[in-house]
Design a binder for this molecule. Structure first.
Ligand code: DAH
Length: 356
């Protein structure tokens, strides 16, 4: 993965409006979470401060919006200002009310309760739901597979031979079984945390006859050092379609529809020749958003299911063909929200998570 693919912010109208939306949401949370006068004052300075408050900064941002978009941006800015000020006033009177009722010691059941801050789904969970929804509309149903796998499903059936470097114990999380705990349990095959969701392709094809049209979303594990584009646990979205006369053109159409639905109408999809043991031909899938910086970003791999794989699950490759793809979910989510470090997803910093 290259870390340079997240671009710098360009202030297009849409981005500006999204920033304003986020600003209102975050200000509401900050004011609602203030339980003392000091906390509320700190939040006021952060959002409404005359010098460097975030509203002030957003107002300055108006300057870098395209001239033609200024009226729309300005209108939205004014509404944002009203909303943030109203949220502040509401929180202020809420605190004053609490203080008053605390003072005389009497409990007034007619007072409004203190406002609960609503939680929300984790951005990756939201992304998974979005992707299921998009692919569901294209006729793909959701399949699940275990996160603890055997070597057949993670490697062999996928045409990854014993000598392939991807099977190196240093590249995988093998489970310590019999030797480690001294138990006399013998596994037919060593077990490992799956390193890819391609395992689910095999599990589905072993159990169903074509036509097959599934996606599978879930966690995968690799002993990578965490950095802005890597994490030892991440999520993949796997797609598989097998039927008569399925072609590379179908693959490209599906991925294009998928990318446009999730990232926006202006997304382009590009294939670069590559190699995966379970597809032939194989491609790397790049996408680019032309409204932003136009950079091509690699999202994963794809290809036509290799005849060896079809044979390993008992399909006749003379009769059926199929395509498959596997893309990184964190990367899709990060691209959509312009996040440049996927470790943010797993720090559980509420200030980050509140933005989604
Ligand atoms: N499993 C591959 C990986 O984790 C990604 C992938 C490539 C999945 C090609 C596919 C495919 O289904 O056809 O790197």
């Amino acid at each position: 993965m290259s870390s340079s693919f997240f671009g710098t912010l360009v202030v297009a109208l849409n981005d500006y409006l999204t920033q304003l939306d986020d600003l209102v949401q975050q200000a509401r949370c900050a004011f609602a979470e203030a339980h003392t006068a000091e906390q509320l004052e700190a939040a006021r300075i952060e959002y409404l401060g005359a010098k460097n408050g975030r509203l002030k900064v957003a107002q300055k941002g108006l300057g870098s919006v395209d001239k033609a978009d200024k009226p729309a941006a300005g209108k939205q800015f004014n509404e944002t200002k009203v909303a943030v000020e109203a949220a502040f006033e509401e929180a202020k009177s809420g605190l004053a009310g609490e203080a008053a009722s605390a003072d005389d010691g009497a409990f007034d059941p007619t007072e409004p309760g203190s406002r609960l801050v609503r939680g929300r789904l984790h951005p990756i969970t939201q992304t998974i739901a979005d992707l299921k929804d998009i692919m569901g509309r294209l006729g793909f149903s959701v399949a699940e597979g275990p996160e603890i796998e055997d070597e057949w499903h993670n490697f062999e059936a996928l045409n990854i031979s014993e000598s392939h470097p991807a099977r190196d114990p240093l590249e995988n999380f093998y489970l310590a079984t019999a030797e480690a705990n001294g138990a006399a349990v013998e596994h037919e095959s060593p077990l490992l945390l799956r390193s890819q969701t391609s395992t689910v392709q095999i599990r589905v094809m072993e159990q169903t006859q074509p036509p097959v049209r599934i996606i599978s979303l879930g966690r995968v594990y690799r002993p990578d050092t965490a950095d802005p584009t890597h994490y030892p646990m991440f999520h993949q979205v796997e797609g598989l379609m097998v039927d008569r006369d399925v072609s590379m053109a179908d693959l490209k159409s599906v991925l294009r529809l998928f990318a446009r639905s999730y990232l926006g109408e202006d997304v382009h999809v590009r294939f670069r020749p590559s190699f995966f043991p379970f597809t032939e031909p194989s491609v790397e899938v790049d996408m680019s958003r032309h409204d932003a910086d136009g950079e091509w970003i690699e999202f994963g791999g794809a290809g036509m299911v290799d005849p060896h794989v079809l044979r390993s699950v008992g399909y006749d490759p003379e009769e059926f063909t199929g395509f498959a793809f596997g893309l990184g979910v964190e990367r899709l989510c990060a691209r959509r929200h312009r996040i440049n470090d996927i470790r943010e997803f797993y720090k559980n910093d509420i200030r980050f998570l509140h933005q989604f």
